[in-house]
Design a binder for this molecule. Structure first.
Ligand code: ADP
Ligand code: C5P
Ligand code: MG
Length: 208
């Protein structure tokens, strides 16, 4: 079973997914982020990489992610790439992920791509107001992603916001479930967890 968690930048997708991983065992639930599949840009300098548009669908190697999801669904392990937001590039490492009953995928643009969308059994959109997201992103990117205030704001106004309006927000219509605020929405989170538990029970009883 594949659960997709989409939503604008800093809406709370990763926080929500983290809560799910804390609830379920590794054999039951595994996660894949679209972010892992940002294209590598070894041909560019660091300076050039800082200027790229990272919010356009073309900035991801979505075909590679689709292949990996299909492999996991067919019961095979994968090695996903690892991305560095500090270096704006793919690292040399990969991470082994073994197949599990539930695969959770998250990313700003995962509902925008039809082939990816069609692999999902449950489509979630984390909906958080733009001003809240900008505030969260500013704090997070300065603390965790090696940015300064000027670079976060310049990037937000030049690419993040226009791409959000063009691609992310319109993809909300494909969601089955909209969760305001993400991982700290305890009622929404509990409903989702209960739902996954029921689906796991159904999958287990189907295998007996
Ligand atoms: P996304 O993966 O959608 O970009 P994150 O889950 O990484 O978003 O959240 C972005 C930032 O906002 C993180 O620093 C996170 O700790 C913080 N955050 C997430 N949800 C909340 C919330 N409900 N209230 C306050 N801060 C939050
Ligand atoms: O976790 P979140 O959904 O915010 O991650 C996606 C965001 O990461 C995108 O909005 C994109 O602008 C940002 N990004 C970045 N630098 C990169 C790659 C992605 O700021 N090198
Ligand atoms: Mg995230």
């Amino acid at each position: 079973m594949v659960i997709g968690v989409a939503g604008g930048t800093a809406s709370g997708k990763s926080t929500l997914v983290k809560r799910l991983h804390e609830t379920f065992a590794r054999e039951e639930v595994v996660g894949l982020c679209h972010d892992f599949y940002y294209k590598a840009h070894d041909e560019l300098t660091f300076e050039e990489r800082t200027k790229l548009n990272y919010d356009h669908p073309e900035s991801f190697d979505t075909d590679m992610m689709i292949e990996d999801i299909k492999r996991l669904k067919s019961g095979l392990p994968i090695h996903h790439p690892v991305y560095s937001f500090v270096d704006h590039n793919r690292t040399k490492e990969t991470v082994l992920v073994k197949p599990a009953k539930v695969i959770i995928i998250d990313g700003v643009l995962i509902l925008e791509n039809k082939e990816l969308r069609d692999l999902m059994d449950v489509k979630i959109f984390v909906d958080t107001a733009a001003d809240v997201r900008l505030g969260r992103r500013l704090l997070r990117d300065v603390e965790e992603r090696g940015r300064d205030m000027n670079s976060v704001l310049n990037q937000y106004f030049s690419t993040v916001k226009p791409m959000h309006d063009q691609f992310v927000e319109p993809s909300k219509k494909y969601a089955n479930l909209i969760i305001p605020e993400g991982g700290f929405n305890s009622v929404g989170l509990k409903l989702l967890i209960d739902n996954i538990k029921t689906m796991l029970q159904e999958l287990n009883s189907g295998n007996e």
